[in-house]
Design a protein around this ligand. Structure first.
Ligand code: PMP
Ligand code: GLN
Length: 379
């Protein structure tokens, strides 16, 4: 077939996980836990399926789960979202992002992304017929220059796509960033899609700022998140989009024709779990902070240099003290020769900088991290 998308290859996460499997390497590449979710949550899913909750859920999501999510935003961020008109359950953050982009961006319109950017953003924008404008950041600070971002805006710009806590850098937006965004939004009629899938995975004194906590931003923002990260259920693909009614209405027009609805027993299970064990969401941050600390401790004697990680379950490491290889070759070499798979950063850029940095996922059992670090410190 003559490909419609000849420039789209296989995602780096799939490629590196397959390579890890082929070489029996310890897989610190693709972002998913190697431990299971809470068995009580898995039991709820089984129970709901066995008790006959197996037909289509309502298009926008189960009312009980949407009510629970709206209540969670109230409790966590003092934000009031209407469960009925402003909350939509999607198949993971990936579908929420795709539906948002498809609903907002017309052919020829522009979307600004900050690079390194999660690999799903650019293809979704291009499939909508949009044009990507990027603000590239580089190691070690990955500092966003909001003046430079604003200079990218033209009369065709419709959407700004943000991600905090950030994959792959682990950086988080601060109050100063929110103020800069408020200024930008007051001068330009843009929407903001805010990918907050790692919202509960934050460390040290860093507290997640939901973009909608700024009333000025709330009106123009789509907040996207997922239970995959916070409940250790990446394979369930249950996420959601929160947005003002007029935007949610448009997102649902796309959602109803990509998927219509999301797995019924999984929605019931998450609703029951959040109701019965609400403390579990907040336990995720300290749990991953201990893993990040363990990983850093174990790597302290290595020739890798750790960059700062404020949130997410990814740790960037500078390998310039080890090799001159480009990051793709280095990540392959680590996998095939050292037996630990990592993710190179260049697939997160259209024009990658020459940074010698790779990403390790520390959402792994402590013994997995120990085994991996034993190999990495020997280099
Ligand atoms: N956004 C970011 C930044 C991610 O790292 C991921 C990866 N899991 C997603 C979105 C996709 O989330 P989901 O699996 O819920 O579709
Ligand atoms: N978000 C995960 C990561 O960054 C991967 C998800 C996927 O493989 N699509 O590694």
């Amino acid at each position: 077939m003559n490909s419609k998308f000849p420039h789209i290859g296989t995602s780096v996460f799939t490629v590196m996980s397959a390579l890890a499997h082929e070489y029996k390497a310890i897989n610190l590449s693709q972002g998913f836990p190697d431990f299971d979710c809470d068995p009580r949550l898995a039991q709820f899913a089984a129970d709901y399926s066995l008790s006959g909750h197996n037909q289509y859920a309502p298009m926008a999501g189960l009312p009980v789960l949407r009510q629970k999510i709206a209540a969670l935003y109230q409790k966590q961020y003092a934000l009031s979202y209407d469960w009925e008109s402003e909350t939509t359950i999607c198949i993971g953050a990936t579908e929420a992002l795709f539906a948002t982009i498809m609903a907002i961006v017309r052919p020829g319109e522009e979307v600004i992304i900050i690079e390194p950017a999660y690999d799903a953003y650019r293809p979704a924008i291009e499939m909508a017929g949009g044009k990507v404008l990027s603000h590239p950041l580089s190691a070690p600070d990955y500092q966003i220059d909001w003046l430079a971002v604003e200079q990218l805006i033209t009369d065709k710009t419709r959407l700004l796509l943000l991600n905090s806590p950030h994959n792959p850098t682990g950086k988080m937006l601060k109050h100063g960033d929110i103020e800069a965004l408020e200024q930008i939004i007051s001068r330009h009629p843009l929407f903001i899609a805010s990918d907050e899938v790692y919202e509960y995975i934050t460390f040290d004194s860093h507290k997640h700022l939901c973009l909608a906590q700024s009333p000025k931003l709330r009106e123009r923002s789509i907040i996207i998140s997922s239970f995959g990260k916070s409940l250790h259920t990446t394979g369930w693909k249950v996420g959601y989009a929160m947005a003002p009614e007029s935007i949610s209405t448009e997102i649902r027009k796309v959602h109803q024709y990509i998927t219509f609805s999301v797995a019924t027993p999984l929605q019931y299970a998450i609703n029951q779990y959040l109701g019965q064990y609400p403390e579990q969401l907040l336990a995720v941050g300290p749990m991953y902070e201990a893993k990040r600390n363990l990983f850093l401790e174990l790597m302290a004697g290595s020739r890798f240099k750790a960059l700062s990680c404020e949130g997410s379950y990814f740790q960037l490491m500078d390998y310039s003290g080890i090799s001159d290889m480009d990051d793709v070759s280095f990540a392959r070499w680590l996998t095939t020769e050292i037996g630990v798979a990592a993710i190179p950063l260049s697939p997160f850029y259209a024009s990658p900088p020459a940074d010698k940095v790779v990403r390790f996922c520390f959402a792994k059992r402590d013994d997995t991290l120990r085994k991996a670090c034993q190999r990495l410190v020997k280099i």
